[in-house]
Design a protein around this ligand. Structure first.
Ligand code: K1U
Ligand code: ZN
Length: 174
């Protein structure tokens, strides 16, 4: 497995819409394994293909609470689709591995039902709530070229992105 570079704002790939996967190949499975390794190393709880410069509709996640001693719960999803969302909402202070040091309160449906293919091409359905539901929606937003900052007020969005872009520039300058 390999660590992949994580793309930072304002890279245009973060604003592109990823394309549905037609065939799950060994190369795509390798990509998802590399994404999981990259996510764990970051560290993060989710990662979408756009964030490693790829435009296939794949996401990976692990929302297990390690501080509570939970076992790892890695998820690799191909062509994820939300098929139902709750009326009830939840607010979570989200971060993003592509927006260095950026955080903001985002309101989203508290629970979602998701359909996706697993790495073996099996069709799966998952009902999620809590942090997993938030993370799923954040990652599917990435596949649609949407960042969590798009859900914030203009004032907060501009502040978060200005700071993140400066950090990204400084990191690139070494
Ligand atoms: O997609 C991403 O940018 C990853 C992002 C996912 C996410 C975080 C919070 C709410 C929704 C989605 C992250 O993983 S940011 C880092 C993070 O949240 C974290 C890092 C270490 C331990 C626990 C959480
Ligand atoms: Zn993100």
């Amino acid at each position: 497995m390999a660590l992949l570079p994580i793309v930072l704002v304002p890279d245009p790939v973060l604003r592109q819409v990823a394309k549905p996967v037609e065939t799950i190949t060994p190369e795509l499975r390798r990509l998802m394994d590399d994404m999981l390794e990259t996510m764990y190393e970051a560290p993060g709880i989710g990662l979408a293909a756009n964030q490693v410069g790829r435009l296939e509709r794949v996401i990976v996640m692990d929302c297990a609470d390690k501080h509570e001693g939970e076992e790892p719960q890695p998820l690799q999803m191909v062509n994820p689709q939300i098929i139902a969302s709750s009326q009830e909402t939840n607010t979570y202070n989200e971060g993003c591995l592509s927006i260095p040091e950026g955080h903001g309160d985002v309101v989203r449906p508290a629970a979602v039902t998701l359909r996706y293919l697993d790495p073996d091409g099996q069709s799966c359905e998952l009902e999620a709530d809590g942090l997993l539901a938030t993370c799923i929606q954040h990652e599917i937003d990435h596949l649609n070229g949407i960042l969590f900052t798009d859900h914030l007020s203009k004032l907060k969005r501009d502040m978060v992105l200005k700071k993140a872009k400066k950090i990204a520039r400084d990191r690139q300058a070494g």
